[in-house]
Design a protein around this ligand. Sequence first.
Ligand SMILES: CC/C=C\C/C=C\C/C=C\C/C=C\C/C=C\C/C=C\CCC(=O)O
Ligand SMILES: N[C@@H](Cc1ccccc1)C(=O)O
Ligand SMILES: [Zn+2]
Ligand SMILES: [Zn+2]
Length: 456
Amino acid sequence: KYPSGKERQRASRIPSQFSQEERVAMKEALKGAIQIPTVSFGPGEFNTTALAEFGKYVRKAFPAVFKTSFIQHEVVGEYSHLFTIQGSDPSLQPYMLLAHIDVVPASDQGWEVPPFSGLERDGFIHGRGTLDNKNSVMAILQALELLLVRKYIPRRSFLIALGHDEEVSGANGAQKISALLQARGTQIAFIVDEGGFILDNFIPNFKKPFAMVSVSEKGSINLMLQVNMTPGHSSAPPKETSIGILAAAVSRLEQTPVPNTSGNGPLKKLLQQLANEFSFPTNIVLNNLWLFWPLVSRLMERNYIMNALARTTTAITMFNAGVKENVIPSVAQATVNFRIHPAQTVQEVLELVKNIVADDRVQFHVLSAFEPLPVSPSDDQAMGYQLLRQTLQSVFPEINIVAPGTCIANTDSRHYVNLTTGIYRFNPIYLQPQDFRSIHGFNEKISVQAYENQRR
Ligand SMILES: CC/C=C\C/C=C\C/C=C\C/C=C\C/C=C\C/C=C\CCC(=O)O
Ligand SMILES: N[C@@H](Cc1ccccc1)C(=O)O
Ligand SMILES: [Zn+2]
Ligand SMILES: [Zn+2]
């Protein structure tokens, strides 16, 4: 896949100062974490037994973290964890690392190995949570444990916040930790969370992996559409039914995407940064986006991940109507999930959607909504971004492109906007499109080597 020279180069960067025992213990610790099914099923529905077990598990796996005098550990919202690591220089503002303990559900069906087995095969550890996001939970604590064993005392204080309900909005974990820190008046220099990767092979004809640090994150609307009609006997149906009207409305939404607003977001900047890495004629096209932007954005929309980066997306996720074969139903309901591009607002999207549906018989009920997250600075003065970039390039010297981007999903970091303006969503892992599909999908896995690199 990569030139073998680079492969060797990368292998040699695995810290030689770790013993074979330590390296085995590290990967075994991750496997054990995968085996605890900390599944979030829905709002307020967690596997509390597993979450409690996970708390015990990390205490056992990382004894130094829990017995070090300058580390304070607090349990928040019963299952989330907040660590405060006191640095030697109290004049420096602390930073904060985020990760989440919970995972989305997975059944054995469709998987090569059972999703909660944590089995190692061909150099990969398999299971739900190996990329989202127990890899980070474990890598952060593991790195701290190893540093403590080596008598490390940090200069700058930092916090580690591990949420237990990220997959169902973070109301009981991240939101409570944030409230606690705000009540204490804590100021945070910057935050690092999940939501960006070293992207490998995502762009056609572009073989060079590059790091995308997400400096913003999409907003969201869950919109319920409802049509009410008079019920009756199916033997004498009316011309239109609640189901027919709603289906037509939903179909119009699917056929008419919300306009592409990426010309105003980080995506255009990213493409400009990549321009000179392409050969002729793509380099010319990307260096002249003032002229070619309509063409480029149209081409990008053909790829469903690029499309998600480029615009507010429309996903019809639920459809409910009808009670019996021979009854004309009175009510039909559908739920549509919009993920809002950072250049748009909740209000703008709702207006556009009303005009697309263009049928007064369809009622709108906003079930939940939040705006896209502010764009964190990525200029030369942005300490968090620059530190992340420098660290990344020292661990992965072969990566010479680090670019700001947008996280198309949501993360716990959105609950911390009142504590800092610098929120960076990035995990130092090589990700290919098929790996991306495994997140919330089948056969989620991480290579032992990728995990070792992340922990550094
Ligand atoms: C020109 C742009 C080029 C390439 C960009 C291509 C693809 C980017 C794809 C994915 C990276 C973006 C966001 C990561 C999305 C989801 C995973 C991370 C967190 C998910 C939160 C969660 O569900 O827990
Ligand atoms: N992180 C998940 C769950 C989530 C959805 C919406 C808000 C918060 C969290 C996602 O983006 O799909
Ligand atoms: Zn996640
Ligand atoms: Zn997730």
